[in-house]
Write a protein that binds this ligand. Structure first.
Ligand code: NAD
Length: 453
């Protein structure tokens, strides 16, 4: 089978390289020429642990192009993996998807081809895409072209393991098209491939569940899954606030409730809240879908509000200790929205830096991998870069830990804190194992901070 992947971002690249590793001939297509040129040179435009190694192993099966004319006619299966970012209204911006669907349609060549939607899209998008195909495909014939919804569940930072050993594969569409996807995914479904040595099969993992469903249910499954995870995080953060009021410790509380198998411990970490390209936009999209039907979604709206409040809370904690921020030097450790990625989309650190600068603080930021990307994407923010975490702390009045990188966990905090001007640490990821051996003010989320100074 020949595969074309349209959109070589975090999802498209992972999918392309994974399918090439499984032995398929894969063409990665993107309208961003710079990205394609880097890929042709064997250079990954994103940071994802282990992806460079898998790219080397799968290189022989991969081609990179900007040309729909060249890649679409020869493809048996076409994956759409373009971005669907949120508009200011909260609804997803479908212009990339529309443009990709039109370009695909114009280049379908009349043989049996399947268009698989991996982008996260509003419910009903598959029908809308079918109409685009009808309007723009030269050889359109419903029995020969079909759309399958195959939402993606990979997480940045663990994308390879998530792709090779998924919990489930969701396939929505007509039976003949879904059957073709079963064929394509057979090595994953049967786990018949040889695991790459650097991404071994997790112990206890057997096979993914396969969910065969309708287009609409598949689209809904993706949103409902992300919204539920976002909800769990906001729930933990709401409980964390109450823990601070009553003097309980949120980690002991979530550890305690997580032992109930119906709840589980995952996605209950209190902190600065969720960020990234998915949870914010997908929760807003679901709320606006509800609005289209006059259906209110108060639980989701509250989850979004709690998440927003967490970011404000971090700065309020800092203000409580430093009082005036004007002229103070504040270090921000971590810029990516989570560790093991360079993705800056909707990162809490962005809001921290913006707010601190607007309050007159001078901000020095450090991230192990995301600084080059921040130079391109955060030009509108006022901050300087540090060469290391300890360099960021030297002479600072306070530090905010914004991302839970292992590098920060492993820092010699006692030594680093001694180099600060005033020793205020706002651990917005509950990363530090307390207490420090040197005198310092450390605030975490959902822990009893004792009396205010
Ligand atoms: P991304 O922004 O990293 O990548 C999108 C790519 O599409 C870019 O390289 C862009 O240049 C390209 N593109 C845009 N318009 C194009 C066009 N007309 N033709 C060809 N290429 C085009 O986005 P992403 O993070 O990979 O997300 C893609 C989709 O997958 C989104 O809908 C997202 O919600 C969903 N998703 C993302 C993740 C994640 O962790 N990033 C996880 C699951 C699902």
């Amino acid at each position: 089978m020949n595969i074309t992947i349209v959109g070589t971002g975090y999802v498209g690249l992972g999918t392309a390289i994974m399918l090439a590793y499984l032995g398929y001939r894969v063409t990665g297509l993107d309208t961003d020429l710079q990205k394609i040129e880097r890929l042709r040179a064997g250079d990954l435009p994103i940071y994802e642990p282990g992806l460079d190694e898998l790219l080397r192993q799968a290189q022989g099966n991969l081609t990179w192009t900007t040309s729909y004319e060249e890649s679409i006619p020869k493809a048996d299966i076409i994956f759409i993996c373009v971005g669907t970012p949120a508009l200011p209204s909260g609804q997803p911006n479908l212009t990339y998807l529309e443009s990709a669907a039109r370009s695909v349609a114009r280049n379908l060549d009349g043989k049996t081809q399947i268009i698989v939607n991996k982008s996260t899209v509003p419910i009903g998008t598959a029908d809308w895409m079918t109409r685009i195909l009808e309007e723009h495909a030269v050889h359109y014939h419903t029995n020969r072209y079909d759309i399958v919804s195959n939402p993606e569940f990979l997480r940045e930072g663990t994308a390879l393991s998530d792709s090779l050993y998924p919990d489930r594969i969701v396939l929505g569409g007509r039976p003949w098209a879904v059957a073709r996807l079963h064929e394509l995914y057979a090595p994953l479904i049967e786990q018949s491939f040889t695991p790459p040595p650097h991404v071994p099969r997790p112990s206890g993992y057997t096979r993914p569940a396969v969910v065969n469903t309708t287009l609409t249910s598949a689209e809904m499954i993706k949103y409902a899954a992300n919204a539920f995870l976002a909800l769990k995080i906001s729930y933990a953060n709401e409980m964390a606030g109450l823990c601070e009021c009553v003097g309980a410790d949120i980690e002991e509380v979530t550890g305690g409730i997580g032992l109930d198998a119906r709840i589980g411990t995952r996605f209950l970490a209190a902190g600065a809240g969720w960020g990234g390209s998915c949870f914010g936009k997908d929760t807003s999209a679901l709320v606006s879908t509800g609005e289209e039907y006059g259906y209110d979604m108060p639980i989701l709206r509250a989850a979004i509000d709690v998440n927003r409040r967490q970011r404000t809370l971090v700065i309020e904690k800092l203000q409580r200790h430093l009082r005036l921020l004007k002229g103070k030097r504040v270090a921000v450790l971590g810029m990516a929205f989570k560790p093991n990625t360079d993705d800056l989309r909707d990162a809490p650190a962005h809001d921290f830096i913006a707010r601190l600068a607007s309050l007159g603080a001078s901000v020095v930021a450090y991230d192990p991998v995301a600084m080059p990307r921040a130079r391109q994407e955060w030009g509108h923010l006022q901050y300087s870069e540090a060469r290391s975490a300890s360099a960021a702390l030297a002479g600072a009045d306070a530090v905010i830990i914004a991302t839970e990188w292992d590098e920060f966990r492993l820092l010699d905090w006692d030594a680093a804190v001694l180099t600060m001007r005033t020793r205020v640490v706002i651990d917005a990821r509950n990363l530090l194992r307390m207490p420090l051996s040197v005198a310092a003010t450390v605030e975490q989320i959902g822990k009893d901070a004792g009396p205010a100074p």
